[in-house]
Design a protein around this ligand. Structure first.
Ligand SMILES: [Zn+2]
Length: 375
């Protein structure tokens, strides 16, 4: 397969130069589902770019008869974030104009309870595909109103223009995969939504975090929540229905680096997902599916982040991936003072048992700065 490559300008700079996105669309011989993948929404999170490159290289070896539907890929999806620097450090997690996290800016379709109820009552006996089509039309026409605001003479801030563009590429997708890494140093795992744990297993990753609480405006969340709300409303009226709509955020290791083992594992994860979902038909041996019990599934609300109680230098910290028991020492802070006293060492212990899944990249911490996460 040869992809259709489209370049879309997203931002004209004061100098007149332009930043653009490039979209690679692989279109199968048969119609089917649409899959959307993007990487590098946060500027320092690079692994997904290498993953997308390897997936594209693989797709080009396949015939279009082996793909049912379409796969759209957008590497380096946030050029403004990717190119941002402080010294040698990529700092592109926050929009420099307003300080917003790039992954908290996205638009979400929120119909009123009454609208939702009327739709569900009217479609109570319709088949799933019909309901999907009707709801998608409503969602799309609500989304289209954002364009009117952007095209008005008063226009909109860049983040609103940018989110419109990214979401216009994926709102009609069935499966959305957003490739991130830790902002620090992290394990490889995924975030998943309610009732999607069976599909989560297809990625064959050891850890899944269930998004059971929301900060609002994340890319996966904005895509998924309107569908969860629709499922909820059907359930309230007595019909159990689950739409074939899925969104995933994959966290692929550490920031500012591309580790080949992590890339290989991630490529395998996505290949397996696409194959098991019937998007790709490849003659490869089906991989043995790990049991749900083999995957550690943790609600997001139970993930514990540790922040420095005092300012200082982190030492003797537990390793990434290590299991810790409640009461076990997690790290020490070497704390200096300006009170004519010797420096002190502050011990910090685990509040509960778990696995260290993420650690700060910088061992110098101001008071209240993030140190590590346990799940
Ligand atoms: Zn990220």
């Amino acid at each position: 397969m040869i992809p259709i490559i489209t370049t879309i300008p997203i931002l004209q700079l004061a100098s007149g130069d332009r930043l653009s996105l490039q979209i690679y669309k692989f279109v199968g011989a048969k119609p089917g589902k649409k899959v959307y993948l993007q990487s590098n929404l946060h500027g320092s999170e690079l692994t997904g770019n290498a993953v997308i490159h390897q997936l594209m290289a693989w797709f080009t070896t396949l015939a279009d008869s082996q793909l049912a539907g379409e796969i759209w890929l957008v590497p380096a999806c946030n050029p403004l974030g990717t190119n941002q620097r402080s010294h040698h450090f990529s700092s592109g997690r926050f929009n420099p104009y307003d300080g917003e996290n790039w992954n908290r800016i996205f638009w979400e379709y929120v119909p009123t309870g009454e609208e939702l109820m009327m739709l569900v009552q009217a479609q109570m006996d319709s088949d799933r595909l019909t309901i999907e089509q009707i709801y998608r039309q409503r969602l799309q026409s609500s989304f289209a109103q954002l364009l009117e605001q952007i095209q008005a003479p008063s226009s909109q801030p860049f983040s609103n223009q940018y989110r419109f563009l990214l979401q216009s590429l994926c709102l009609d997708a069935n499966y959305v995969i957003d490739l991130h890494t830790s902002a620090n140093q992290g394990l490889t795992y995924l975030y998943y939504f309610r009732d999607r744990q069976i599909s989560a297993r297809l990625f064959m990753l050891p850890i899944g975090i269930l998004l059971d609480d929301y900060e609002g405006g994340a890319f996966d969340e904005s895509f998924m929540k309107p569908w969860l709300a629709l499922e909820d409303c059907f359930a309230k009226l007595g019909r159990k229905i689950q739409f074939d709509i899925e969104a995933w955020t994959l966290e692929l290791g550490s920031a500012m680096q591309i580790d080949s083992t992590t890339v290989d594992r991630s490529v395998q994860a996505i290949k397996n997902y696409l194959t098991q979902k019937g998007i790709l038909r490849v003659p490869a041996e089906p991989l043995p599916m790990p049991s749900l019990a083999a995957m550690k599934l943790v609600p997001h609300s139970q993930v514990k982040k540790y922040y420095a109680p005092v300012g200082g230098m982190i030492q003797s910290r537990v390793a990434l991936g290590q299991r810790v028991e409640a009461g076990q020492s997690l790290y020490q802070i070497l704390s200096f003072n300006k009170e004519g006293q010797m420096p002190t060492v502050v011990e910090v212990s685990a509040e509960r048992t778990g696995i260290v899944y993420d650690v700060s990249i910088n061992h110098a911490v101001n008071q209240g700065e993030y140190v590590l996460g346990i799940l």
